[in-house]
Write a protein that binds this ligand. Structure first.
Ligand code: FAD
Ligand code: THG
Length: 835
C-alpha cells in the first residue's frame, strides 16, 4: 500500500477530532492530532458547548453539513448511548414578523431536504409544556434537530481514530509552523518538530494565532457569549424521567428551543434548564488575555475558553426567560459563564488552503452543528481534491484583502453577533463599513441619486432616483405590478424604467465590481487551456465564455477570457476564490517549468468598466470615437483597443443584459472622464445610468446564469444548461474525464426557467418548488421580467419536469403556480446581440 501523506491536525475539539476520524475512515492514518489542552478536556469551545443543533440555514451547504453531523453523531455511540439526542427543534414566534420569517425558514428547510412544519401555539405547548402559551403565535418544528453531546463525541472519536492508527497528543501547544520553498513541512512544539506534508488548523477561535505562524490572515473574531444553567425547575423534577444515567446531561425530552425575538435559546439539563443569550453587548476577546489554565488544572469550571460571568449583562434575559417559561420563576441561576467562540465577517466558517503556503489548511469558525459535515468536506478536499458539498460559501479565500483587516473583521463580526437572530432580508446591506471600494463614477452616481448596495466591499447602484421621472413616460406595457412588502424591500419601481430604456434606447452600467485578472507570460495560454473547459487558443482579439471545472467535473466558476495579445489575457471572473485558484496554479506551473512562467494580477481596482448597452449604443459611441464599432468592425465576442474621446479603452463586445453594446475598460484615472463623455454623447438617445435591479431582471430574461447562485461546484455543466461552452476540440483540461463520466450517468436534475402564472407574484430565491405535489427542487435566482411581463424564477428540478409542466413555488407558506418555460425568454435568436 502506498504511504499516505503525513497530516498534523492542530486542535482536538469537535472539528479536529471529526477530521481525524474522517481521514482515518478513508485510509489516511498517518495523522497526528495535537492539542495544547489535555485530551480528556482540551479547554476549547467544544469543552463547554451545550450542543444545540438547529439544522435549517439559508445556505444549502450549511444545512447539509448539519444534516450529516446529526447522522454521524446518531451513529456514534457507546454502551448504547448515542452522541445525539434527537429531541427535535422548536423556534417560537412571539411577533407576526417572526412568524412570517419562520414560514420563510421552513421554505429553506424544504428546499434543502429537511422535514419541518409550522405549528400553532397549542401544538407548541404540547411539544414544550413549559411555554407561556399566551406569548406564542406559532412555531417552526423540525423533528430531526436535537442535542449533540459534543465533548463526549470528541472522546469517542479520539478512541475510534486511535484504534484506526491516528496519534493524539495532548498538553502540547503548537508554537510555530515549519515551511520550506512555499510548502508546509511540519509544526513546532516544545518537544520538537513534528514533520508533516499537510497541516490543518482546527484551532477554533485561536485560529488567527496559528494563522499568523503560517503568515495567513484568518478573519475571525473571538467573542464571548453567555450561557447559564438554572437550579432544578420544580415542573421538570415532577415530569422528567431521565432515561440515561450514562449521559445525564443529555437526557432531555423536550425539543431544543429558540426565542429569537429575545435572542435566547434553551435546552434541558436533566431537571435544570440551560439558557444561551445573544442579547448582550458584543464582548470581543483578546487572545493574549485568556485565562491561563495549566493542563493539570483544566476542569469544567476552569478553562481558557470560559470567562467570568458578567451577571448584569444577563439580567434582562433572565426576566425574558421567565416570561417565556414561567416555570423558571421557581428556579434561580445556578451557574453562568461567558464562553468564547468564533464569529466572522459574513457569518460563514473558514475552510480551505492558505493562498501562500501550500499544504497549510484551516477549518475554523465552525459550530458543533456543522462540525462533522465540515470535517468530511475537508477530508474529501484533502484526499479526493474536492468536497461533494460545495465549499464556495465557506472558502477562506472568499474575502477581499480589505475584508481581512483586523478592524473590518472586528466590526463586521460584532455586527453579526448582534444580528444573529434578527429577521434579515436577503438583500439587506451592512451599514458599516461602507464606501470601502468605489468606482470612479461614484460621485456621478451619487448625483443621480443612486441607491447603493454593497458586494465584496464595492458600492453598487441598484437604481437611480434621477430616473424616477421616467415612470411618467413608461408605456403601459412596461409597467410592473406592485410587489408584496417583502419582495419590495431593497427594490424600486424605477428598475422598470431602467429596463425599458436598456431594451429600447441605451444605458450605462457600472461593471467595475466584476473581478478582473490579467494573466500573462509565456505560459499563460497553457495555463488557461488547462484550467478552463473552453477553447482559448484563438487569435488575439477573441473573447471566450467558458467554465472552470473541478476535478470532479463540477462548475468551479464561469468566466470570460479575452486574448489581448499572444501572451496577455484578461479574465472576467466571479471573485477572489478564482483569483486564489489562478494564482496558485500559476505558481505551480512556474515552479515546474520556469520557461512556462505565468503571472496573475488582480487588476480590478486599478481599472474600471462601463457596460454601454441598448439598441442605440452604436449611435452613442460613434459620436465620441473614430474607431469602427460596426458589426464587422468589432464582431460579437471580440475585443480591441480603441480610443473614446482620446482615452485608451479595451472594448469587448458582449453583454450580460443581452443587448447590443460593449464592455468598455480603462484604467481608473480615466474612468470619470469616460463616464462623462458617454453620458454627454448619449443625451440625444435618451441615455440613462441603470442599476443592478434592472440588470438582474434583464440577465434572467436572457437566461444568463449567475455562478454561486444558479450553479455551484455541485452542478454539472450540461445540467446547468452550459454544455454549449465546453470545447469539443480540446483533449485535456481539469475536470474533462470526470465530466465524461458524469455525462454517462442519467441526469439527476436540470436547471429550469419558470415563469409565474399569475404574472405578479415575485419571489426572491431559495424557495422550494413542488412538482406533482412533491417538494422536488428549489429556486436559484428570481426577478420580475419587465420585457416578458411575468416574474421569472430559475430552479433546479428533476429531469422529468419538462417544458409546459405546471409546478408550484412555496413562498411564505403559500403555493404560487408557475410553468416550466422554454428559455431564454428574450431574444433566443440572438438578433439583438449580433445585430
Ligand atoms: P475548539 O473546541 O475550541 O477546539 C480548538 C482546539 O484547538 C482547542 O482544544 C484548543 O486547545 C486547541 N488549540 C488552540 N491553539 C492551539 C495550539 N497553539 N496548539 C495546540 N492546540 C491548540 N455550537 C453549536 O453548534 N450549538 C450550540 O448550542 C453552541 N452553543 C455554544 C455555547 C457557548 C457558550 C459557546 C461558547 C459556544 C457554543 N457553540 C455552539 C459553538 C461551538 O462551541 C464551537 O463553534 C465549536 O465547539 C468549535 O469547535 P472547534 O473544534 O472548532 O474549536
Ligand atoms: N462580463 C465579463 N466577464 C464575466 C461576466 C461578465 N465573467 C463572470 C460572469 N460575468 C460570467 N457570466 C457570463 C454569462 C453569460 C455571458 C457572459 C458572461 C454571455 N454568454 C453568451 C451566451 O450564453 O449566449 C456566450 C455566447 C458565446 O459563448 O458565444 O455573454 O458579465 N467580461
Amino acid at each position: 500500500m502506498r504511504a499516505t501523506p503525513r497530516v498534523v491536525i492542530i486542535g482536538a475539539g469537535i472539528v479536529g477530532a471529526n477530521l481525524a476520524d474522517e481521514l482515518a475512515t478513508r485510509g489516511w492514518t498517518s495523522v497526528t492530532v495535537l492539542d495544547q489542552g489535555p485530551l480528556n478536556l482540551a479547554g476549547g469551545s467544544t469543552s463547554h458547548a451545550p450542543g444545540l443543533v438547529f439544522q435549517t440555514n439559508p445556505s444549502k451547504t450549511m444545512t447539509e453539513f448539519a444534516a450529516y453531523t446529526v447522522d454521524k453523531l446518531l451513529s456514534l455511540s457507546d454502551e448504547g448511548v448515542a452522541c445525539f439526542n434527537q429531541v427535535g427543534g422548536l423556534e417560537v414566534a412571539t411577533t407576526p414578523e417572526r412568524l412570517e420569517d419562520l414560514k420563510r425558514k421552513l421554505g429553506y428547510a424544504t428546499s434543502w431536504g429537511i422535514e419541518g412544519r409550522i405549528i400553532d401555539a397549542d401544538e407548541c405547548t404540547k411539544h414544550y409544556p413549559l411555554l407561556n402559551q399566551d406569548m406564542v403565535l406559532g412555531g417552526l418544528h423540525v423533528p430531526s434537530d436535537g442535542l449533540a453531546s459534543a465533548a463526549r463525541a470528541v472522546q469517542l472519536l479520539i478512541r475510534k481514530a486511535t484504534a484506526a492508527g491516528v496519534t493524539f497528543i495532548g498538553s502540547t501547544p503548537v508554537t510555530g509552523i515549519e515551511q520550506s520553498g512555499g510548502k508546509v513541512t511540519g509544526v513546532q512544539t516544545p518537544d520538537g518538530v513534528i514533520p508533516a506534508d499537510i497541516v490543518v488548523s482546527c484551532a477554533g477561535f485561536w485560529g488567527p494565532k496559528i494563522g499568523a505562524m503560517a503568515g495567513m490572515a484568518v478573519p475571525l473574531l473571538p467573542l464571548a457569549h453567555q450561557y447559564v444553567t438554572t437550579t432544578a425547575v420544580p415542573e421538570l423534577v415532577a415530569t422528567n424521567l431521565r432515561t440515561n444515567p450514562l449521559d445525564p446531561s443529555n437526557g432531555a425530552r423536550m425539543p431544543i428551543l429558540r426565542h429569537q425575538d429575545r435572542d435566547l435559546y434553551f435546552r434541558e439539563h436533566g431537571d435544570r434548564i440551560g439558557i444561551g443569550s445573544y442579547a448582550h453587548r458584543p464582548m470581543p476577546v483578546d487572545l493574549d488575555r485568556l485565562p491561563d489554565v495549566a493542563p493539570g488544572q483544566m476542569s469544567e469550571h476552569r478553562m481558557p475558553s470560559r470567562l467570568e460571568f458578567t451577571e448584569e449583562d444577563f439580567l434582562p434575559c433572565w426576566e425574558d426567560s421567565r416570561q417565556l417559561l414561567p416555570a423558571l420563576r421557581g428556579a434561580e441561576i445556578a451557574d453562568g459563564f461567558n464562553g468564547i467562540f468564533s464569529f466572522t465577517p459574513d457569518g460563514g466558517p473558514l475552510i480551505g488552503q492558505s493562498p501562500e503556503l501550500e499544504g497549510f489548511y484551516v477549518a475554523e469558525a465552525v459550530w458543533v452543528t456543522h462540525s462533522a459535515g465540515v470535517a468530511r468536506a475537508v477530508a474529501e478536499l484533502l484526499i479526493e481534491g474536492e468536497s461533494r458539498i460545495p465549499l464556495h460559501e465557506c472558502e477562506v479565500s472568499r474575502f477581499e484583502a480589505v475584508q481581512t483587516a483586523d478592524s473590518y473583521v472586528s466590526e463586521t463580526s460584532q455586527k453579526n453577533f448582534v444580528e444573529i437572530y434578527d429577521v434579515l432580508h436577503p438583500l439587506q446591506p451592512r451599514e458599516s463599513p461602507r464606501d470601502l471600494r468605489v468606482s470612479p463614477f461614484n460621485c456621478r452616481q451619487k448625483e443621480l441619486g443612486a441607491f447603493f448596495l454593497e458586494a465584496s466591499g464595492w458600492e453598487r447602484p441598484h437604481w437611480f432616483e434621477a430616473n424616477r421621472p421616467l415612470l411618467d413616460e413608461l408605456p403601459a406595457e412596461w409597467q410592473a405590478p406592485e410587489r408584496g412588502s417583502w419582495a419590495a424591500m431593497f427594490s424600486s419601481p424605477i428598475s422598470a424604467a431602467e429596463a425599458w430604456k436598456t431594451r429600447t434606447a441605451v444605458a450605462l452600467y457600472d461593471m467595475t465590481a466584476l473581478k478582473r485578472l490579467e494573466v500573462s507570460g509565456p505560459g499563460a495560454l497553457a495555463l488557461l487551456q488547462r484550467l478552463s473547459a473552453g477553447q482559448i487558443d484563438k487569435k488575439p482579439g477573441a473573447v471566450t465564455y467558458c467554465l472552470l471545472l473541478n476535478d470532479d467535473g463540477g462548475v468551479r466558476s464561469d468566466i470570460t477570457i479575452a486574448r489581448l495579445d499572444e501572451a496577455t489575457f484578461q479574465v472576467g471572473a466571479n471573485g477572489n476564490i478564482d483569483f486564489d485558484y489562478f494564482t496558485r496554479e500559476a505558481r505551480r506551473q512556474t515552479a515546474d517549468d520556469v520557461s512556462q512562467w505565468v503571472q496573475v494580477r488582480d487588476i480590478t481596482g486599478s481599472t474600471c468598466c462601463i457596460g454601454l448597452w441598448g439598441p442605440l449604443a452604436r449611435e452613442v459611441i460613434a459620436k465620441v470615437s473614430a474607431d469602427d464599432f460596426t458589426n464587422d468592425g468589432l464582431r460579437y465576442f471580440r475585443t480591441k483597443q480603441v480610443r473614446i474621446g482620446g482615452i485608451p479603452v479595451t472594448a469587448m463586445r458582449l453583454s450580460y443584459v443581452g443587448e447590443l453594446g460593449w464592455e468598455l475598460y480603462t484604467t481608473a484615472e480615466y474612468g470619470l472622464k469616460l463616464w462623462d463623455l458617454l453620458f454627454e454623447a448619449g443625451q440625444e438617445q435618451g441615455i440613462i445610468a441603470a442599476g443592478r435591479g434592472a440588470f438582474n431582471s434583464l440577465r434572467l430574461e436572457k437566461g444568463y446564469r449567475l455562478w454561486g447562485t444558479d450553479m455551484t461546484p455541485e452542478h454539472e455543466p450540461f445540467q446547468a444548461g452550459l454544455g454549449f461552452s465546453i470545447a469539443k476540440n480540446k483533449d485535456s483540461f481539469v475536470g474533462a474525464e470526470a465530466l465524461a463520466e458524469r455525462r454517462a450517468q442519467p441526469a439527476a436534475r436540470q436547471l429550469r426557467c419558470l415563469t409565474v402564472d399569475d404574472g405578479t407574484s415575485v419571489v426572491l430565491g431559495k424557495e422550494p418548488v413542488f412538482f406533482n405535489g412533491e417538494a422536488a427542487g428549489y429556486v436559484t435566482s428570481a426577478a420580475y421580467g419587465y420585457t416578458v411581463k411575468r416574474p421569472i424564477a430559475y430552479a433546479w428540478l428533476p429531469p422529468s419536469a419538462s417544458e409546459g409542466d405546471a409546478v408550484e413555488i412555496e413562498y411564505f407558506g403559500t403555493r404560487i403556480a408557475a410553468t416550466v418555460s422554454a428559455e431564454p425568454l428574450v431574444d433566443p435568436g440572438m438578433e439583438r446581440l449580433r445585430g
